[in-house]
Design a protein. Sequence first.
Length: 240
Amino acid sequence: MRYYLTSATINFDDRLLIKENGFINDLKLNIKKPCSFLFVANNPNNIEETEKYAFDLKNALEVENIEINEFNILDSRNKENVEELIVSANLVFLAGGHVPTQNKFFHEINLKKYIDKYDGIIMSCSAGSMNSASKVYSIPEHNGEVKDREYKRELEGLGITEVNVLPHFEFLKTMSVDGLNLIEDIAKKDSMERKFYCLDDGSYILGIRGEMEIIKGSAYILSNGRLERISNIDEEYKLR
């Protein structure tokens, strides 16, 4: 399995694939042609938003002359067909959005069971990248989640990687939830005796399961309350 765990897969302005750090070239070199593309939703019940994002990504792939001969969306409408949809795909995309919402959906459809057998390409964005970890760090995103005693910051993930990603870092460090800055007041305290890899948009983790894993592009490591830059644009940082 080859995987691309991105902060953002497409640009917010032009809705095209990120061009930084060799992403498009590497994807085009390794994707099967033609491509059987499966888009896995974040919120399985938000059909309108899921379809909009899925078709945006499909268009972005086709702009780069990546031929798609089969295109499916996995959400609440067809969740009972998860095994069939995974088996027929050679590109599986895990959408961005709300981490706990997506995590619950993944468990509901037992996605890990089928991903463990999958040998194609995984591509993910934001929450999808965060839920790809074995042990997911689910940073509070919505007001009320910091104060909610039942909110779980640690969740069981897909086990594609052992790495905990904090995406959209240049934006995340300006955000506050329940009056607390996401990085200074929340993530730094949660980073004791663990590591978070903070990715700017345009950066991603490139991995081959069981073989190698590197960060491509601008990134930081947050551990024991200390933030350190580990790579810049067009640079790499070897994870293993």
